[in-house]
Design a protein around this ligand. Structure first.
Ligand code: BGC
Length: 765
């Protein structure tokens, strides 16, 4: 559908502002196209009043029954009036073609300058057809599958009227207590970086009608909330900021992300929304980012809560001066920014810069060519829930599963003649697998584990709930209630287990025990599930524990006693099919943990790439107390970062280097033979880690620097090679810049971060 500009727009306005509006979309980053968009943006800007400019910087939450009568009172009426005046640049949480179109119509047909609104939504891991939570997808280490998953999410939501997703979250997460670890790619900077780029590419594609603008968040440091408590103070030093936190943001910006979101936390005592160093100096100057920055929900107003701004007006001043371009739901800009400009507290140049950025993204999305580009009801009906999307999310769901333990040959299950008992409320749950942030999807739309297993008809299958995990129907905005007392189903579960050959216990967290505002201080199996596990295990030790969770759990007892453990996260709509295919061996698991599984909460934050310290020691307590350790527990985790098994058995040969050293502009090649010493074809994530032995600032004991997901047929050997050059060993040095320092390095190649398969090289500058 081609949008026809209303007749009443002055022809002159048309000519100036929209110039070649029938020309092809300016979506590439070629300088020529950029120039043409910039010219259009400048023309339009020159026609705008200060209030209209500020309006573009204002984002409102969806506020009334859009297709019903216009609201008459209260804040909805005010927002509606603002929309009609052209004072709303963006809206969030409005979805579906009918509603989006109704609002867009007001913006483009009733306002003076007819500027389209950009509609944002938290499409975090799918819209209606839900993919695994992002942390789970990261466990696939499969960048193509992850990109495809983002494409599916974009296609469904763009067909439903949306233009912009508040994803990907690229916060490096080291503390499993933080509920939002489910939303990112885990604890490693490199893995987060490559996945960030894949997600941006997946969401944005060619910015056609099935694509969304991405929004990289939360800039920056949000995941470093002290003690994993959401919204808490984030404390880190500049070295950690640059070497650990910022690289995934940079990777996402380099991949072409059109927008960024700042964050709730303060950093170095300055709330991110009012942080000039982050938003202007690093993002916009150093990285040359040309898109815009939206605040997090109300984060401008929260600068008052932080005790940094004395009132909303001062918060607006600080945010605008610091480079926060759009205000999500604080109303600070719309209420105060024009006055602040008139008072000389914020320059009009800064406003122009922000508006230019916002308009530019709208041009890049093609909203000026056709504000109804995303509003085609027939396309919506034909797109949402497509079979190929179900196939796509099933594919990534299988790839996200991590086999943690497999003794007694319990897995894969035999397809005939086994008596299987399935136990656990989560086995029969069709909502929990959708995970947190599945806000476009309806309750009860996931395939449960039980349903998935029932499709394999050769075995006798019985089910017992054992115990509820949560009480009532958990809601997105309400604290989830856990069952800590009701064990009335234990007897039935024990009896069911006794009469089976194999017991599949599906335990863990409900989907809504994770996500925003859902930090937890205890990370064992919630409620009475640990007791249930031990009671069932006593009745029949042939237990396969299927974990469903949104963060690493503390499961030392299970890791010690239960013979088989499968990490199945919250895998989305096709969850039960994916799990059943892995349990029955129709898919050979290949996932690897993107976060360390600690032994105890007391070890948190825990991550493999920690610093050496002056007193490193080993893993286990020794006689002396004067080294960096706990007296009551090993330093090692239960499962390290990068860990995961397969039904195949992979054996690594020694690491080989093409040379012992390289100099400026040089490189060396690292190779290793990996043998599949089994009768099953499989896939392995071969991981490359580096240790820089001395630096101008202290360096981590190991850092992931590359990986290859490779398929190796039964009995075959594959040689996997990596190249190491200056880029590989660069870091943010004591000179406050990224550079490679001369010195000695260790290199490790293996199937997880604990590998000791090492060699050494020297970099001579
Ligand atoms: C979250 C953001 C999210 C926004 C809009 C905030 O509370 O921190 O990640 O995009 O809400 O829903």
């Amino acid at each position: 559908m081609k949008y026809n500009l209303p007749k009443y727009i002055l022809p002159a306005l048309l000519a100036i502002a929209f110039g070649c509006s029938t020309a092809k979309q300016d979506i590439t980053s070629s300088p020529k196209n950029k120039t043409s968009i910039d010219r259009k943006v400048d023309s339009l800007l020159s026609l705008m009043t200060l209030e209209e400019k500020v309006g573009q910087m204002n984002q409102y939450n969806g506020f009334w029954n859009v297709t019903g009568p216009a609201p008459k009172d209260g804040s909805a009426a005010k927002k509606y009036e603002h929309l009609k005046k052209g004072w709303v640049g963006s809206m969030l949480n409005v979805k579906g073609v009918k509603d989006v179109k109704a609002l867009q119509k007001i913006a483009v047909e009733e306002t003076r300058l007819h500027i389209p609104v950009i509609f944002g939504y938290d499409v975090i891991h799918g819209y209606k057809t839900i993919s695994p939570i992002p942390l789970a997808e990261a466990a696939s280490w499969d960048l193509e599958a992850i990109q495809r998953s983002a494409e599916i999410a974009a296609a469904e939501s763009a067909a439903s009227g949306l233009n912009w997703t508040f994803a990907p979250m690229v916060d490096v997460s080291r503390d499993a207590r933080w509920g939002r670890v489910m939303e990112g790619a885990g604890e490693d900077t490199y893995l987060n970086s490559v996945i960030a780029a894949a997600r941006v590419k997946g969401f944005q594609g060619n910015l056609g009608e099935f694509s969304l603008a991405a929004c990289v968040k939360h800039f920056a440091g949000y995941s470093f909330a002290e003690a994993g408590k959401d919204y808490s103070t984030a404390d880190m030093n500049r070295n950690t900021l640059h070497n650990v936190i910022l690289p995934p943001f940079k990777a996402a910006a380099d991949a072409g992300a059109l927008t960024f979101m700042n964050s709730f936390n303060d950093i170095d005592g300055i709330p991110a929304t009012g942080n000039t160093y982050l938003q202007r100096d690093i993002l916009k100057k150093e990285w040359n980012f040309e898109g815009f920055v939206v605040s997090d929900w109300g984060s401008m107003g929260e600068m008052v809560g932080h005790g940094y701004a004395k009132d909303l007006k001062q918060a607006a001043e600080m945010a605008a001066n610091a480079g926060s371009d759009m205000d999500m739901e604080s109303s600070g800009y719309i209420e105060h920014l024009s006055a602040l400009v008139r008072e000389g507290k914020v320059s009009e140049d800064k406003i122009n810069d922000a508006v230019r950025r916002i308009l530019k993204v709208k041009f890049q999305l093609g909203l000026f060519d056709n504000p109804y580009k995303y509003c085609d009801e027939a396309r919506e009906a034909a797109t949402v829930g497509k079979k190929e999307f179900h196939d796509g999310v099933l594919d990534v769901a299988k790839k996200s599963i991590v086999l943690l333990k497999n003794e007694k040959n319990l897995l894969p299950l035999k397809k005939q003649g086994q008596k299987i008992a399935v136990i656990g409320a989560l086995a029969n749950d069709k909502t929990s697998p959708l995970g947190s942030w599945r806000i476009g999807a309806d309750d009860n739309t996931a395939v449960s584990v039980l349903e998935g297993l029932r499709e394999y008809k050769g075995n006798q299958l019985t089910y017992a709930k054992g115990a509820d995990v949560v009480l009532g129907n958990p809601q997105f905005v309400v604290e989830t209630k856990i069952n800590t007392t009701d064990k009335s189903g234990f007897a039935e579960a024990i009896a069911t287990a006794k009469s089976a050959d194999v017991v599949i216990m599906v335990l863990g967290e409900h989907g809504l025990q994770t996500g925003e505002g859902r930090s937890r201080a205890e990370l064992g199996l919630p409620g009475v599930q640990q007791e249930l596990l031990e009671a069932v295990y006593k009745a029949n030790p042939n237990v396969v524990l299927v974990l469903t969770n949104g963060r690493p759990l503390i499961i030392p007892w299970a890791a010690q006693n239960v013979p088989a453990i499968v990490e199945a996260w919250h895998l989305g709509t096709e969850s039960g099919h994916a799990i059943a295919q892995v349990l029955y061996g129709d898919y050979n698991p290949s996932g690897k943990l993107p976060m360390t599984f600690p032994r105890a909460v007391g070890q948190l934050p825990m991550y493999y790439n920690h610093k050496s310290t002056g007193r490193p020691g080993g893993d286990a307590p020794t006689e002396s107390v004067f080294w960096s350790h706990y007296g009551d527990i090993d330093n090692s985790p239960v499962y390290p970062f990068g860990y995961g098994l397969s039904y195949s058995k992979f054996e690594y040969g020694k690491v080989k280097l093409s040379a012992g050293s390289f100099g400026k502009n040089g490189k060396i090649t690292v190779s290793v033979d990996v043998k599949n010493n089994s009768t099953v074809d499989g896939k392995e994530v071969v991981q490359l880690y580096i240790r820089d032995l001395f630096g101008s600032v202290t360096r981590p004991v190991k850092e992931l620097k590359g990986f290859e997901l490779t398929e190796i047929k039964a009995g075959q050997t594959k040689t996997v090679t990596f190249t190491i050059d200056e880029k590989t060993i660069e870091f943010y040095t004591a000179n406050n810049k990224w550079e490679a320092e001369a010195g000695d390095f260790k290199i490790f190649v293996g199937g997880d971060s604990a590998t000791k398969n090492e060699a050494s090289f020297t970099f001579t500058k």
